[in-house]
Ligand binder design. Structure first.
Ligand SMILES: [Zn+2]
Ligand SMILES: [Zn+2]
Length: 295
């Protein structure tokens, strides 16, 4: 990959709802020879294979927060990457509560892992090792010319929760993580070349008896971003382009989402992420299933 490029791939644009179209949260950032996986939601290992991105080549996994949709396939990722020939330890960076959940996943399979190691005779066991690091606000070390910075967002009561800023060769991508509108996100997104933001389409979440009540929709909506809030964020921050992910409901009518954002006053480039789509800077190209377009 060209060293001046920064690419952002949507591996999974979904959330907890099971969807055949949108896998659980997972995104891949590639720049300056670094490969960073953000979150490891359901089907992440499959999505990496389908995207042609070997898990063995990932330099670090950053998990944004504790919610299960962001880390549920952690152990599957470790095992599948080992089976693909990974020969170096995983670097896993996450807030303490998420680390606790991943450490527990890893520990739960301790005996299983030892059975595999003893029986399968693979060339290396290094790929099964994990180095856990606590994620805090501020710059992350060890990514060469790719600058990675975490910032606290507001996903209360899940604390801490982080957004991320990736900058390389003059391009800057801001990833919201899971959050409600907050000053820190607006500040981080200020002047960004690309803002990747979560979305909760409350207007397309009907009340269903026995599944979700009016109170459920109100509660979930309150710690996410609805389309009008994303429009206001984009307007205030001056982000040059907006792409949405963590799409709830996963079957949301995407044209209607864009229309809501337009109605709220944001007229810049807006894209609804689809699994396996890639956005590349600084050329501002969207590629997806053989389609390429500029944004
Ligand atoms: Zn989530
Ligand atoms: Zn969450």
């Amino acid at each position: 990959m060209d060293m001046g490029l920064l690419s952002f791939t949507f591996l999974g644009t979904g959330a907890p709802p099971v969807s055949l179209r949108r896998a659980g949260p997972a995104h891949l950032v590639e720049a300056a020879g670094q490969v960073i996986l953000i979150d490891c939601g359901a089907r992440v290992a499959h999505q990496l294979v389908e995207a042609g991105k070997p898990a063995a080549a990932i330099d670090a996994l950053i998990v944004s927060h504790l919610h299960s949709d962001h880390l549920v396939d952690f152990y599957q990722l470790v095992i599948s990457s080992w089976h693909q020939g990974r020969d170096r330890p995983w670097r896993v960076i996450a807030p303490e509560p998420a680390l606790k959940a991943m450490r527990a996943q890893y520990a739960a399979f301790h005996d299983e892992r030892n059975l595999r190691i003893a029986f399968e005779n693979r060339p290396s066991v290094r790929g099964l090792e994990v180095v856990f690091e606590v994620l805090g606000p501020g710059p992350l070390a060890g990514f060469g010319d790719l600058s990675v910075t975490a910032f606290l967002v507001d996903h209360h009561p899940v604390e801490p929760a982080f957004g991320l800023v990736f900058a390389c060769a003059g391009s800057r991508v801001v990833f919201s993580g899971d959050t409600r509108p907050c000053v820190a996100l607006e500040h981080a997104a200020s002047g960004a070349d690309l803002l990747v933001c979560e979305v909760y389409v409350d207007s397309q979440m009907p009340i269903i008896s026995g599944v979700r009540s009016l109170e459920t929709v109100a509660a979930v909506k309150s710690y996410h971003m609805v389309p009008a809030e994303i429009a206001h964020l984009a307007l205030r921050s001056g982000a040059r382009a907006v792409a949405l992910t963590h799409v709830v409901p996963p079957s949301a009518d995407t044209r209607a989402v864009v229309a809501e954002i337009r109605a709220a006053g944001y007229l810049g480039p807006v894209m609804i992420g689809e699994d396996l789509a890639t956005l590349t800077l600084p050329e501002r190209v969207l590629s997806w299933r053989g389609l390429a377009a500029s944004f």
